[in-house]
Design a protein around this ligand. Structure first.
Ligand code: S3P
Length: 433
């Protein structure tokens, strides 16, 4: 599938984006471990989350699905998963594989986790190594999937995390539920904290002091009845498009506003973008609300480094598109993690945005973009990376002439309905087989 994109007159309207991906994975995984029946509404029916659903069912959990985005999960309790009869297929989803490694470390039976070619290039030792320290048997394939794992009696550890990764943190917190004694993690910088918030809401005991988080062994988790708010990482695409297309004004309703996810919005505001965040209370310990965005007169370049990076880790592809239109040199440092995402996002972004005329310099741990640069339509490639595909589509909306985004089916990994929602706002994007 490819996208054909042309610059529209302006974007205008109110939308809701699909449910948050991180919360959708976690709500399903934790509901499977709860005692009793959980109801998840607004669950994200995207390829990554479908992988989690497939794996959870393969582990013996009954899940009813009255609608694509509504799940009824019959939890089996913290000790109730059953061995899968075949390798657990995590598709392209890093969250599925890494969080499942943490959970399965608590079970005495052997498990094999496999992924597609893209996921099999991503690092898994970062989870395997601390799980071994806790007492699990874990084997990776030269640091990658397939992962072979047999858990059992775990001991609590104190672990200084070398990278700020919510997936690693979550895996170890989940394993910590099964350990004898507390497990303490020290993060180099705060990463998204959905696991902590949701486990807390389900009755687990956790303590946090700055970057240090301790989880205590748990007896039981209570079931959930939750409505998952929209994904701010998906909202980022229409938002940046509205900032960059003159005369635009959009509103995104029912959105997750967890502060560990708002780094992009803060960056854009610091660059001069007229964005308003309107809090509307909390759901299951997570702040939710609305977002208003309108076209910006002129964005100013900015530097992003240090603890800012994990708070916008998934947003660098679309941030780079905004940076091409900012005055001055926008620099991103301390972001080497971008090289081990769905694609090497530093190399892929540089290669594709250059095709459209952007002035972007690649660094080992980030990039520098000089702006403002008028973009020109081109044939660009997604590298099989959903966030790159959507960022390039937005770049096409502000480019002169027509842009083709090749291999765009990966958008379904996180944002089903992206094209429809963009069209509803007035964007000229068409899907072609
Ligand atoms: C995620 C954490 C991040 C992020 C990913 C989702 C999560 O990965 O990039 O899209 O749900 O925990 P890392 O933990 O590897 O930074």
């Amino acid at each position: 599938m490819r996208l054909r994109v042309r610059p529209p007159a302006r974007l205008h309207g109110v939308i809701r984006v699909p449910g948050d991906k991180s919360l959708s994975h976690r709500a399903l995984l934790f509901a499977a471990l709860a005692e009793g029946t959980s109801t998840l509404q607004g669950w994200l029916p995207a390829a990554d989350c479908e992988a989690t659903l497939r794996c959870i069912r393969a582990l013996g959990v009954e899940v009813e699905r009255p609608a694509a985005d509504r799940l009824i999960v019959h939890g089996r309790g913290l000790r109730g998963l059953q061995p899968a009869s075949a390798p657990l297929d995590c598709g392209g989803s890093g969250t599925t594989m890494r969080l499942l490694m943490g959970i399965l470390a608590g079970f005495p039976f052997p498990s094999t986790l496999v992924g597609n070619a893209q996921l099999s290039r991503r690092p898994m030792e970062r989870v395997a190594e601390p799980l071994r320290r806790m007492g699990a048997e874990v084997r990776t394939t030269e640091g990658h999937a397939p992962v072979y794992l047999r858990g059992g009696t775990l001991r609590g550890i104190r672990y200084e995390m070398p990278v700020a990764s919510a997936q690693v943190k979550s895996a170890l917190l989940l394993a910590g539920l099964y350990a004898q004694g507390p497990t303490t993690l020290v993060e180099p910088a705060p990463s998204r904290d959905h696991t902590e918030r949701l486990l807390w809401a389900m009755g687990a005991t956790l303590e946090q002091h700055g970057r240090t988080i301790t989880v205590y062994p748990a007896e039981r988790l209570s079931p959930l009845d939750c409505a998952i708010p929209g994904d701010p990482s998906s909202a980022a695409f229409p938002l940046v498009a509205a900032l960059l297309i003159p005369g635009s004004e959009i509103e995104v309703t029912d959105l997750l506003l967890n502060p560990t996810r708002l780094g992009l919005i803060e960056a854009l505001q610091a660059m001069g973008a007229p964005i308003r965040v309107i809090p509307e209370g909390e759901r299951h310990g997570e702040p939710v609300g609305r977002l208003l965005g309108a076209s910006a007169v002129r964005l100013q370049a900015i530097e992003i480094a240090g603890p800012w990076v994990p708070r916008m880790i998934d947003e660098f592809p679309i941030f780079a598109v905004a940076a091409t239109q900012a005055e001055g040199t926008t620099r991103v440092r301390d972001a080497a993690e971008l090289r081990v995402k769905e694609s090497d996002r530093i190399a892929a972004l540089a290669a594709e945005l250059r095709r459209m005329g952007a002035r972007i310099e690649e660094h080992p741990d980030g990039f520098a973009i000089e702006g403002p640069t008028p973009l020109r339509g081109a044939v660009v490639h997604s590298h099989g990376d959903h966030r790159l595909a959507m960022a390039l589509a937005v770049a096409g909306l502000i480019a002169q002439g027509e842009t083709i985004v090749e291999d765009a089916e990966c958008i379904g990994d996180s944002f089903p309905g992206f094209v429809k929602r963009m069209q509803a706002l007035g964007a000229e994007i068409e899907m072609e087989p």
